[in-house]
Design a protein around this ligand. Structure first.
Ligand code: VGL
Ligand code: ZN
Length: 196
């Protein structure tokens, strides 16, 4: 038992668990939906502890620079206000969740939940010192969010059982995990948490 969730200092950050990143979506992450039941258990733990829960969402305008139509890498996905941009329907986000929308400027890609948002300010104002991060996709938005959290000085724990990657090239997710751990993130799974 390594982690006891602290109501004052800890936050759970759920990255981009949206329909377009799950099976049947516009940019499906293999097994993306498998993070949902695991994240629901983390949500339960953080809720019971009274700790802050944040959910980021990819929230693109229809002409976003990351889309193939504009020379980007991706099919159109997570367009603001469309069904594909909705959170996975089985994700049990609590009423108090803080939602952070990102990558909303047409001409700028933003993989990190901190990039162009008030996420840092929200965490600082709440007195958060330690963040636990899971969601989609390991090799893009989870990675960028984790690396930014480390740079900003947050103790950062990667939830290894609650992430899945795109793996455009095989091994990308494994490489991303190794980089996050090498740069100071700690890895944890549900069994590393005290029952509460
Ligand atoms: C993401 C690719 C494009 C992500 C977002 O959430 O990881 N990946 N846009
Ligand atoms: Zn995107």
């Amino acid at each position: 038992m390594k982690y006891r969730i602290n109501k004052v200092e800890d936050a759970l950050i759920i990255v981009d668990v949206q329909k377009d990143f799950c099976s049947g979506g516009a940019l499906p992450v293999p097994e993306g939906e498998k993070v949902v039941p695991v994240l629901n258990r983390y949500i339960e733990k953080f809720s019971k502890a009274g700790a802050l829960i944040v959910a980021t969402r990819d929230w693109h305008p229809p002409n976003h620079i990351s889309f193939k139509s504009r020379g980007g890498a991706w099919p159109p996905h997570c367009i603001q206000g469309t069904p594909g941009a909705e959170f996975h329907p089985d994700l049990n986000l609590p009423a108090k969740v803080k939602i952070i929308s990102k990558a909303s400027s047409p001409d700028k890609e933003a993989y990190s939940g901190f990039d162009g948002t008030d996420l840092e300010e929200k965490l600082r104002n709440a007195g958060i010192r330690r963040v636990f991060i899971g969601g989609l996709a390991t090799d893009y938005c989870v990675k960028s969010t984790v690396l930014d959290a480390l740079k900003l000085g947050f103790e950062t724990i990667l939830l290894l059982d609650a992430i899945r990657g795109v793996d455009v090239k095989p091994g990308d997710s494994e490489k991303a995990i190794n980089e996050m751990l090498r740069k100071g993130a700690k890895g944890a799974s549900l069994s590393d948490f005290e029952d509460c």
